[in-house]
Ligand binder design. Sequence first.
Ligand SMILES: [Zn+2]
Length: 176
Amino acid sequence: MSGTLILNASAEPLSFIPVRRAILLVLKEKAEIVEEHIEKRFRSESKDMPFPLVVRLVKYIRIPRRWRSVVSNPILFARDQYTCQYCGRHKNELRRNERLTREHVKPISRGGLDTWDNVTTACSRCNHKKSDKLPWEVKMYPKETPSEPRYIAIVLLRTRASGVQKRYIEPFMGSE
Ligand SMILES: [Zn+2]
């Protein structure tokens, strides 16, 4: 349980905040509760409130685009659902001596760049097999065409979210 998921007024997921802070926003009428815990309540000396799992800001706030598009493996693997884009195996299905890797669709040695539209998640076996070949040379094409995650922050949010919270994040994970 990693706190309360806070949504922008547009319903776009923003962050996780401590439950106490979420309650405060609700009391100040800056946010409203979208989902609350079925059983749990938030109790203090003076308050007995629903326990907010998801809140939404009343007013839209502009988010500066400060996430530069630097490729990192945690975000890459999350973008690709921790699944090798060539053989389709999930991280949990890999053998003990295998791991997920960053694979360059157009190899660096062939002029490819380390950019979101040229990197994909591959198991070490597939990465080795594809080596420095272009997709058509080895008939290996990533299942999903690589692209920059629409909201990099959201990809990371999802890894922290509980079941109910995930429903508010996933519609925003598309890459178009
Ligand atoms: Zn693979």
